[in-house]
Design a protein around this ligand. Sequence first.
Ligand code: LER
Ligand code: MN
Length: 273
Amino acid sequence: MKFSIVLSTHAAQFQAVALKGSFEENIAKISGWGYDGVELAIRDPLQIDAKALARTVSSYALSVPAIGTGQAWGEDKLSFTSNIPSVRRDAVERIRNHIDLAAHLGSMIILGLIRGKTSEGQMQEQSMTYLIEALRECTSAASARGVRFALEPINRYETDLIHTVGEGLDLIEKVGADNLGLLLDTFHMNIEEPNIEKAIRQCGDRLFHFHVADSNRWYPGAGHLDFRSIMGVLEKIGYDGFVSGEFMPLPSADLSAERAIAHLRAMLSKNIC
Ligand code: LER
Ligand code: MN
């Protein structure tokens, strides 16, 4: 199993990004704690020096399994489903701008809150139509570059669109693109899925990426989720992607990052005493 952790390239408001601050210092720490990769939360890829970034991460022997794009919603209010056409266009454009960087780093692109929420006065069906259109545009623009997208089911308190694996898989079928899969997050699954292990099995080979936080969105081991069972299912279905830490920086960013990987490693089947 390969482990990564979310790191923002710039300071951002989203609280469940464990590490913020000086980029290279954080990269050095992540590598030192034994992570295999770093998931980068990037607001605007056009502001990033791709070559310098690739040099930094590879000099610490880290890969970049995925690029998070939620800051486009959190900071810039871009949304695939807005009732304002220019906002929808800018959201798709922002994601299309990630494709070169993702191809350069060998990363997939995460589609989380960039889908937005249904605007007041708009039917949810209309939001879904806009969402399908946006996903078709992004996936077709990226397929020739070999870049994949991971759509994240997110809990009901953050969006009204796509909460569960079942809804995510239905949407993927409607979009009809091979380079679209799901990112499952234990925090959201704990709220929305009747059974986390069954949801992971249901996702099967459409599972492209995996986020971990405990029930309280602290690091794994700080709440009541059964990570031995969750890691066991990932191993059983032959998941060969990354398990990526996305949790609150509590009691501190460094302690949460260190404790997360220690707990997850201890939960692997080969480490059962
Ligand atoms: C992002 O990966 C996520 O899990 C969301 O909760 C963002 O709000
Ligand atoms: Mn997540």
